[in-house]
Design a binder for this molecule. Structure first.
Ligand code: GTR
Length: 371
């Protein structure tokens, strides 16, 4: 389905019916409006930003990768009305690069195997060796440590620590994707304190449910200079209107804890949502945004991911940034880079691997240059 046939809401048309024509109008009026809509209707409202009680503890720091990297393990601890919590950040820094270095922060939804701190087997899903060899730090945290990925009535994880105890829960309260995104922001809180890291060059990366999370983290936290969404599909990068494969009804049925309760009232009614996902992408502007798809990932719907990026470009243009320079899906394995946005579609299935990472790093080399 073409973009025209999808009848998308216009990100640059204010709720008062007036067209946004300046960066200032976007920043002070339209952007906060769109962010509020996504909080109310889709991802839910997080009850707290940076908690009053938060601390960082570097548990261990040692040489690694035959001297090519410094490995740090950091514990991020916090307290809320429901008690204390913590999660760990694993960080490999390029030992020889001039500091501070830029960093790729992966929201890891694939469990311990890909993140083995000993690198007993290096994983294509998180190729820390490649990232470090290109002069970037590789950081990662596990989504499960913020909130286990199960529908438990929001008792465990950070929901249990920060949600008010009153029941029933608000239909706008945060879901699990928002809890993981909140974790990415707390990882950013730590990165800002690490003298080896350049906090103005942090790219947040996620695959699939992690990709939805990376986009939401980039939307709520402008400290992320770059966002990478890999195969994020439904309620990630892909447009909901006219989408093939997974729909809002499908995702809410299989993962009832990912989004706020209100989102369920849009099952089968994507055309009535006041937002569509190109508006989520537009919240990243003018910062760097990279979207990647895979040819066999029809459940995510590559065309709807690509067209979503195209539909977000007018907001990038408002900031004087060029778009991709093409409105049609590029050939497989051929990345297209604009100044603010980049895209590729990889041959293969729903996954993230070395070739994806090479393109992310190439794009970051251009889009996140040291100032
Ligand atoms: C799929 C799901 C997607 C995506 C993915 C994943 O089965 O339907 O929305 O999030 O799983 O995270 O691997």
């Amino acid at each position: 389905m073409t973009l025209e046939q999808r009848s998308l809401p216009d990100p640059l048309l204010g709720s008062d019916g007036r067209k946004v024509t300046t960066e200032e109008q976007w920043r002070s009026v339209r952007r906060p409006d769109i962010l509020r809509l996504f909080r109310d209707y889709v991802y839910g409202r997080e009850p707290v930003g940076r908690p009053e009680h938060i601390g960082f503890h570097v548990e261990k720091e040692d040489g690694f990768m035959e001297g090519a990297a410094i490995r740090k393990r950091v514990e991020i601890r916090f307290e809320g009305p429901g008690g204390a919590g913590a999660f760990r950040l694993l960080l490999f820094l390029p030992a020889k690069a001039a500091k501070p270095v830029p960093v790729f922060l992966l929201i890891n939804n694939r469990g311990r195997a890909v993140a083995d701190a000993e690198r007993a087997s290096s994983s294509p899903f998180w190729p820390a060796e490649l990232i470090v060899s290109r002069g970037y730090a590789a950081a990662l945290f596990h989504t499960e440590e913020l909130d286990p990925d199960r529908d438990d009535g929001f008792a465990d994880g950070v929901h249990g620590l920060f949600d008010p105890v009153e029941k029933p829960r608000s239909p706008h309260a945060w879901g699990t994707i928002a809890a993981w995104a909140w974790g990415a922001c707390r990882a950013m809180d730590y990165l800002e304190t690490d003298p080896d890291i350049d906090p103005r060059r942090v790219a947040v990366v996620g695959h699939s449910r992690g990709g939805k999370t990376a986009l939401w983290a980039g939307a709520i936290d402008p400290r992320f200079a770059m966002v990478v969404s890999n195969n994020s599909g439904c309620t990630g990068a892909a447009l909901s209107r006219g989408k093939r494969g997974e729909t809002i009804r499908d995702i809410n049925a299989r993962f009832p804890h990912w989004f706020c309760e209100t989102y369920k009232s849009f099952d089968g009614r994507e055309n009535e949502l006041p937002v569509d996902q190109h508006m989520l992408l537009s919240l990243i502007a003018p910062r760097a945004l990279y979207v990647s798809s895979a040819t066999e990932d029809l459940w995510a719907d590559p065309e709807s991911e690509f067209l979503s990026l195209i539909a977000a470009e007018p907001v990038y243009r408002l900031f004087g940034s060029e778009g991709l320079g093409t409105a049609s899906l590029p050939p497989a394995d051929t990345p297209v880079f604009g100044s603010g946005v980049g895209y590729h579609i990889r041959t293969g299935k729903h996954d993230m691997g070395l070739s994806d990472w090479r393109h992310f790093i190439d794009f970051a080399d251009r889009a996140m240059r040291a100032q």
